[in-house]
Ligand binder design. Structure first.
Ligand code: GDP
Length: 616
């Protein structure tokens, strides 16, 4: 159905329920394609809705939504995951159908994957070391291990040899970064709490993250060898967070350990296995092409792109064609945490893989493709999708500089900030000073997160979700965080002087205020004589009575104190025969008001302009 729309352009309309699916990062061209419309017509409709965009520019979901409502379409933006599912579907790869088609017998028990979390200095790194040393297999290698991002140990449990995989990056940053990318690799979390320090802010954060992910927690009460250690207090404190020890009638296992001297490590590993067996049924089908997650990756000078992948199902073999995120390649070699080469990797086994043509990101999923060509094509399609999504994001995120424009569009009414500093005193001082900036009630400054230390992936992830700007005071980016901020289009500003930060924020906030305008009179002229010209219309032979008359300025005509014509423009201005840009008080001139011809001798032409009232 064709119907006239705003601005008189013709666009095929939906009936209000017609669904149009658009990829993230789509442009008006893409939309026009789907509804068989002229892209230029959509540009016009959008313009009438108050937004300017070119036909090829990527637009965000809100903009498409508004356009959809106007034209009678329900716009569905396809999520990145969905899009990827469809992308794989085009290559006949359907991971969901694959799993659904597997029978119970296909699913064999697999080792649990464990992440160690907790407050800084409570002993996460030491504990990971101690657990690695406790491995019966590691002993055979003289205890020499390599950091590849994850390791597996073996432990005899009730007479059976059991494997457990540990993610070798302590802390919840890696955990949340992976979850933010949709990769849930962790089955069980070990929460480390120092018995001499008790529950601390990051302890609580770790609990929240694990509970949000539905991951069971085993509590390692560490440093019990230290004077002043109070393991009972830790148990009592954690009841507040729904972690009630078994000995108090709850169902969370608490194990007292000392990571440094290596006390209680076997009991902790035992508790992990008991918890896994009691609350999780961990199985996977090893007899198919491997699927999993990249947990760490970097560029090695000698070996090229190396990535540690965790196999989640299937079996990875040397020679397999793989795609990991936007990287692809053929598995040239695999090594384990002892530096030994391995030919196959089964579920829950981490291996370091060489042979990829580029470096994937931590949290990227990987899969084995039927052949090299398919692997390459999937990677290329993903790269294209990523580029498109990136362009859309770039436009959406806020930077201090484009704040003003966003506010004028009515898109933001508060400036969200994340503050990071080298010492807590500085962060507090900065926050205090920032919150004292007075810009009236129209805009609001919100500090949504503050902390001490480098700018982390967590900060960037948070800024992404809440469209916040990150301010770093005497701190730098953490490892690989700059890349992430860049990719996500998050604005990060660094300062070493508090006043500079305050000045910038104040300027941004003032820019956010909607400008107020006032009319300023520029000059008046009295009409002495009318010259009629067929070519230029009527020309008012005038004398400037006050101020000055400028070409192109706004004008009105007054007759005996009454306005007879308003919102006119001084379209031509002449001194004798010559064009003039301005004519000052006391001089004569010829004024042309375009098509407005209703003028007579004695009329006053008044010129004016709108000026922004400066903020004080
Ligand atoms: P992380 O920040 O949580 O990774 O903590 P670390 O593993 O780096 O440990 C922080 C500090 O606590 C280091 O100086 C460790 O040597 C010390 N530490 C860790 N575990 C123990 C323990 O069981 N007993 C004692 N006495 N010190 C420990």
């Amino acid at each position: 159905m064709q119907a006239p729309s705003l601005g008189g352009v013709s666009v095929p309309r939906g009936n209000g329920t017609t669904v149009v699916r658009l990829r993230q990062g789509s442009s008006l061209n893409d939309f026009a394609d789907k509804i068989d419309a002229n892209p230029a017509a959509l540009v016009t409709v959008l313009f009438h809705l108050g937004e300017m965009a070119t036909a090829t520019q990527s637009l965000d979901e809100d903009t498409f939504g508004a356009l959809g409502v106007e034209l009678g379409y329900v716009i569905e933006m396809v999520s990145a995951e969905e899009e990827d599912r469809e992308l794989l579907g085009a290559f006949d790869i359907d991971l969901e159908a694959e799993e659904a088609g597997e029978s119970d017998e296909d699913q064999l028990p697999r080792p649990p994957v464990v992440t160690v979390m907790g407050h800084v200095d409570h002993g996460k790194t030491k504990l990971l070391d101690a657990i690695r040393k406790s491995d019966v297999v590691a002993g055979e290698h003289g205890g020499i291990t390599q950091h590849i991002g994850a390791y597996q140990i073996h432990h005899e449990h009730e007479g059976v040899d059991r494997a457990i995989t540990f993610i070798d990056t302590p802390g919840h940053e890696a955990f949340t970064a992976m979850r933010a990318r949709g990769a849930d690799v962790t089955d069980i979390a070990i929460l480390v709490v120092a018995a001499d320090d008790g529950v601390m802010p990051q302890t609580v954060e770790a609990v929240n993250h694990a509970q949000a992910a539905g991951v069971p927690i085993v509590v390692a009460v560490n440093k019990i060898d230290v004077d002043g250690a109070n393991p009972a207090k830790v148990r009592q404190q954690l009841t507040e967070y729904n972690l009630v020890a078994e000995e108090y009638g709850g169902d969370t296992m608490f194990v007292d350990v000392a990571a440094k001297p290596g006390i209680g490590i076997d009991d902790l590993v035992e508790a992990v296995l008991l918890t896994a067996d009691a609350s999780l049924d961990l199985r996977a089908n090893p007899n198919k092409d491997a699927r999993g997650v990249a947990i760490e990756a970097n560029l090695d000078r000698g070996r090229g792109a190396v990535a540690t992948v965790l196999v989640q199902s299937g079996t990875l073999e040397v020679g397999d064609a793989i795609v990991a995120g936007t990287a692809h390649g053929r598995v040239r070699a695999m090594i384990d945490e002892h530096g030994d080469t391995v030919d196959v990797a089964t579920p829950a086994r981490p291996v370091q893989v060489t042979g990829l043509t580029s470096v994937p990101s931590a949290g990227d999923t990987f899969l084995v493709a039927p052949d090299d060509r398919t692997a390459r094509q999937i990677a290329e399609k993903r790269q294209a999708a990523e580029r498109a999504a990136l362009l859309a994001k770039r436009r959406k995120r806020i930077s201090l500089e484009d704040f003003d424009a966003e506010l004028k569009k009515g898109k933001v009414e508060s400036l969200n900030l994340i503050l990071k500093g080298d010492v807590s005193g500085a962060v507090e001082a900065l926050e205090d000073a920032l919150l004292k900036i007075d810009v009236g009630d129209e805009v609001e400054l919100r500090v949504i997160h503050r902390g001490v230390g480098a700018i982390t992936q967590n900060d960037v992830n948070l800024a992404t979700v809440d469209s916040a700007v990150i301010l770093g005071f005497n701190v730098k980016y953490g490892e690989r965080v700059e890349e992430l901020a860049d990719r996500e289009g998050v604005d990060v500003k660094f300062y070493s002087v508090i006043y500079q930060a305050i000045d910038d924020i104040e300027a941004a906030l003032k820019g956010m205020l909607k400008p107020e305008y006032e009319e300023v009179q520029l000059g008046t002229a009295e009409i002495r004589e009318i010259f009629r010209s067929s070519k230029f219309g009527n020309i008012a032979g005038s004398i400037v009575r006050s101020g000055e008359i400028r070409r192109n300025s706004k004008a009105r005509v007054l007759r005996a104190g009454t306005v007879v014509g308003d919102n006119l423009t001084i379209e031509s201005l002449k001194r004798f025969k010559d064009d003039a840009t301005e004519v000052r008080e006391g001089f004569e001139c010829g004024i042309g008001l375009g098509t407005f011809n209703n003028i007579t001798e004695g009329d006053i032409i008044e010129t004016w302009e709108m000026r922004e009232i400066p903020r004080t």
